[in-house]
Design a protein around this ligand. Sequence first.
Ligand SMILES: C[S@@+](CC[C@H](N)C(=O)[O-])C[C@H]1O[C@@H](n2cnc3c(N)ncnc32)[C@H](O)[C@@H]1O
Length: 304
Amino acid sequence: MCGYQAVTEKKKDQPPRIVESWSLASLPPVSETMLQQWRQLIEARTGMVVEPNRTTFLQTNLASRMRELGLSDYAAYYRRITEAPDWMVEWSVLVDRLTVQETRFFRDIDALRTVEQYIAELPRQQLSQTPLEAWSVGCATGEEVYTLCILINEALTQRGLKPKFGVTGTDISTPALNKARTGIYPERRLVEVRPEIQQRYFELVRPGQYQFDRALMKKACFVRENLAELQNALHFRMQIIYCQNVLIYFKKWRRREILRHLTERLAPGGLLVLGLGELTNWQHPDLERLSTEHTLAYRKKSGA
Ligand SMILES: C[S@@+](CC[C@H](N)C(=O)[O-])C[C@H]1O[C@@H](n2cnc3c(N)ncnc32)[C@H](O)[C@@H]1O
């Protein structure tokens, strides 16, 4: 059992502060009503649903953050998060703890082949005149963004074209985006990178830590963006929108809503790639489903 450390609640008007003895403190159990309030808050602000089978995950992460702050009352923490202006930053810390950020380079090779094929078929004139814009939605720590950078760079170079392109990564987690901006990754995130690609685009900077190609990093940009507020997103006329392993955290009606906004932001002829099985029986009048066996992908009609 953890030794219980008496912790004092911060005064209401004080901003959150980490207390040093946090790891020793244990918290009293939380009521189902309180957990329900937390679930509702998370869904209202982010769209993410914390399913009952993830209650332990929710409770553990709330408790761990409260311990760090020296708080022992879930209701008091909830009130501060929802009412105190000084605690707005704390919300983004908590959201980071409550999101699953599992990712890696070249995670879905079939989907990436679809992107490759798509670029290979784009008219040369278009690629040499207009920069190709791609968007990784829910990019976590950036591996998907840099994977797209490698793939597009290779595809354009193979066609003898200048690498005119940009990849935008968006996510709700500020710490994840900050990690993405460093471009430094542990070896385990690179397990699916082919040796010649690893050699060309990564440099070992510390034992087990790789730096992504700094020149290519300039093609990437990371923006904090909440999928629950996608109507405000300013990226339009995206040629490729890549959205995988994110929609699963949302209710079906929200997934459709998100996809409607993404479709609006796709350029005519653009490619939308989703995770296989993330949405079944979905159609949009402006999109045609591509007949790819292991990938869920759509192309926006040219006249749309
Ligand atoms: C499992 S990761 C997926 C990473 C990457 N797309 C991949 O497939 O490897 C899910 C990401 O979605 C992000 N996310 C969850 N809810 C979000 C929201 N409401 N707005 C934006 N991003 C969100 C999380 O922060 C997390 O980084």
